[in-house]
Design a protein around this ligand. Structure first.
Ligand code: C2E
Ligand code: CA
Ligand code: CA
Ligand code: CA
Length: 277
């Protein structure tokens, strides 16, 4: 801290100080990794009811200098708090569009979902940045889905609706991530151009043992059908969950049962090979 008055000093106990030091170290690491191009996109497939991969979620990782991988849980919140999520998020979108462009000729309907933090969504020029990136890579906007959380949707609905509207008018899809875990009422579903609900892993992992989780998933599914929204179930880990879910009707499924997140290079090799000619 800049000032060194006693008040400031007593505010920091050793634990807080240590966590501040760690946060600063991670912030530096994010800044350096952006410069050194040490961020990577990994892709996790999403399957339709028949178990065929039809889309994928882009998940960011940080490559350490020693070759190891840092998970997003260790740096996303720090990137958000420091504002570094804006340049990082812009890079992630560019990578996702570059990947869409590369598979476009083989799989013209393949979709990619990208996570968007609130700090990034409300940053100046977010909508025009996304549109410029789509144009630059010649990507069909309908192949890009932006995943946002309910917490974002209940903030400043007028502003949210303006930004989402600009993108949705061009065909960009919006998905509500971790659906069912937020505090919000569902009013936003009728006000915003949402295309998809992503049922949180917390409910899926309780299937088939927990009857309330089954009831919640069934209810979300019925509501989505009435509102003409797509459904994605996340965190499908077992065959019994797959069998259970596919009986509800058309939905996409994502989870370790089908595929783990893969490095872009591996994922592209697989998708360009298995579907060429
Ligand atoms: P999320 O958006 O809910 O992403 C799903 C997370 O669940 C991923 O973790 C994925 O690897 C993991 N997962 C997928 N299938 C299974 C499964 O069957 N079982 C279990 N236990 N886990 C599964 P990951 O990649 O570590 O990402 C964690 C969170 O970090 C994400 O949660 C998202 O909130 C954030 N995140 C990841 N990539 C990005 C990004 O590019 N931008 C932003 N803003 N946030 C990101
Ligand atoms: Ca997500
Ligand atoms: Ca999620
Ligand atoms: Ca989550």
């Amino acid at each position: 801290q800049a000032k060194s008055g006693t008040d400031n000093v007593v505010m920091f106990n050793p634990t807080m100080h240590q966590s501040l030091v760690i946060r600063h170290a991670i912030e530096d690491d994010i800044r350096n990794a952006l410069k050194d191009k040490r961020f990577e996109i990994w892709l996790q497939n999403q399957m339709d009811n028949t178990g065929t991969a039809v889309s994928a979620e882009a998940l960011v990782r940080l490559r350490k200098r020693d070759g190891g991988i840092t998970a997003p849980s260790e740096f996303i919140s720090i990137a958000e708090a420091s504002g570094l999520i804006v340049p990082l998020g812009r890079w992630i979108l560019q990578e996702a569009c570059s990947i869409l462009r590369q598979i476009g000729s083989n799989r013209p309907d393949y979709g990619i979902s990208v996570n968007v933090s609130p700090q990034q969504f409300y940053a100046p020029n977010f909508a025009s940045d996304v549109l410029t990136t789509l144009d630059h890579f010649g990507v069909t906007p309908g192949n890009l889905t932006l995943e946002i959380t309910e917490n974002l949707l209940v903030q400043e609905i007028t502003e949210t609706s303006k930004i989402m509207g600009r993108l949705a008018d061009r065909g960009v899809r919006f998905s509500v991530d971790d659906f069912g875990t937020g505090y919000s009422n569902l009013h936003y579903l009728s006000q915003l151009p949402i295309k998809e609900l992503k049922i949180d892993r917390g409910f899926i992992s309780q299937i088939p043992e927990d009857t309330s989780s089954i009831a919640i998933v069934e209810t979300i599914f019925a509501m989505a059908r009435r509102l003409d929204l797509d459904v994605v179930a996340e965190g499908v880990e077992k065959n019994v969950q797959f069998s259970f879910l596919k009986n509800f009707g058309q939905m996409r499924m994502q989870g370790f049962y089908f595929a783990k997140p893969m490095e872009t290079k591996t994922w592209l090799e697989y998708h360009l090979e298995t579907h060429s000619t």
